[in-house]
Design a protein around this ligand. Structure first.
Ligand SMILES: Nc1ncnc2c1ncn2[C@@H]1O[C@H](COP(=O)(O)OP(=O)(O)O)[C@@H](O)[C@H]1O
Ligand code: SF4
Ligand SMILES: [Mg+2]
Length: 311
């Protein structure tokens, strides 16, 4: 069953151009969906728009269905209510997301009733793998490591028992070992709580293991969508291939990594494929006609890489 459905989401900042250009996807119950792409491709704006947090200057168009109910664009209040109860969020910089002047317990005071606050907070901190939770409750954010702070952020996001967690680059600020632990925690929470997660990352291979499906964004559009396994083992879009080839562990000793040149937000000047200036497979058509997401192959590309595509 689908929990969240986003249809033709467009976000712009008038008089500027569109930053998100007709994004459609869904997240099922208990599903982890990865939203990946380079910096500036529109991942955060997509996430924020779903939570009604794109900001006053943003013109948000399209439809968001929550549990089958249409919640956008009629009412931002609806989304705000959803954000409190049904949608939790965690962010890139876990320490900055907390108030440096308040103890961990004071953060829980904002979301939990006084009577059961302490016991619930202790349970939540334990559930996210924090040892000595009572001691942590008395600490301030400055006393926490990045990994512990992100676990606190996740515990806070879980306090209202949301059904969907929007996780915007939740491990980017952490070192590699802690990144893996936090991703493992998210995967475990899906198992134990049936949580649905939209996991945003610029690092495709980092998140692929924990995702069921992956959406690849480029210049405000979804250019490839498929199962995590398919995306990693047999990508159809040349951009996804480039993201995979940019993995440091694939580099030959003594050779340079493929350089990801150009901003992910670039748009082809005459309405063709935005990736054309960087694409090794481009042909004349690519510069002229915007490729649409072909559901058979799961990519928006005139010359997809996957074999068996009827051309
Ligand atoms: N408040 C804003 N005002 C104007 N432009 C914005 C704003 N927020 C984001 N953008 C633009 O939208 C594009 C997508 O941003 P974002 O969603 O943050 O990308 P990502 O999360 O993939 O790095 C960027 O090019 C950025 O400059
Ligand atoms: S449409 Fe053309 S330029 Fe764009 S990704 Fe596909 S092959 Fe490359
Ligand atoms: Mg972002």
């Amino acid at each position: 069953m689908t929990l969240l459905t986003v249809m033709d989401l467009c976000v712009s900042f008038p008089p500027g151009g569109q930053a998100v250009r007709g994004v459609s996807f869904s997240v099922g119950r208990g599903e982890i969906v990865g939203l990946v792409g380079e910096s500036g491709s529109g991942k955060s704006l997509t996430c924020l728009s779903v939570a009604g947090l794109a900001g006053r200057r943003a013109l948000v168009q399209g439809k968001v269905f929550w549990d089958g109910e249409d919640v956008l664009p009629q009412s931002e209040t609806q989304l705000t209510r959803l954000r409190g109860r049904e949608i939790g969020m965690i962010f890139q910089d876990p320490v900055a997301a907390l108030n440096p002047l308040r103890t961990v317990e004071a953060h829980f005071a904002e979301v939990l009733p006084r009577k059961t606050r302490r016991s619930t907070a202790v349970n939540l901190l334990s559930a996210v793998g924090i040892r000595e939770p009572e001691r942590r409750l008395r600490q301030h954010p400055g006393e926490l490591s990045g990994g512990i702070a992100q676990r606190v952020g996740i515990a806070l996001a879980l306090a209202l028992e949301p059904r969907l967690l929007l996780a915007d680059e939740p491990t980017t600020a952490l070192d590699a070992t802690i990144q893996a632990q936090v991703l493992g925690l998210l995967a475990a929470l899906r198992e134990t709580r049936g949580l649905s997660i939209l996991l945003v990352s610029h690092d495709l291979t980092m998140v692929a293991d924990v995702c069921d499906r992956i959406l690849v964004m480029y210049a405000g559009r979804i250019v490839e969508a498929g199962s995590a396994e398919q995306i990693v083992t047999a990508p159809a879009h040349p951009y996804t291939r480039l993201l995979l080839d940019a993995r440091p562990e694939r580099a030959e000793p003594g050779t340079l990594l493929p350089v990801l040149e150009g901003a992910g937000r670039a748009e082809a000047p005459n309405g063709g494929c935005a990736f054309a200036p960087r694409c090794p497979r481009r042909e004349a058509l690519c510069g002229e006609t915007q490729p649409l997401l072909d559901l058979r192959v799961g990519a928006a590309c005139h010359r997809p890489l996957r074999e068996g595509y009827p051309r």
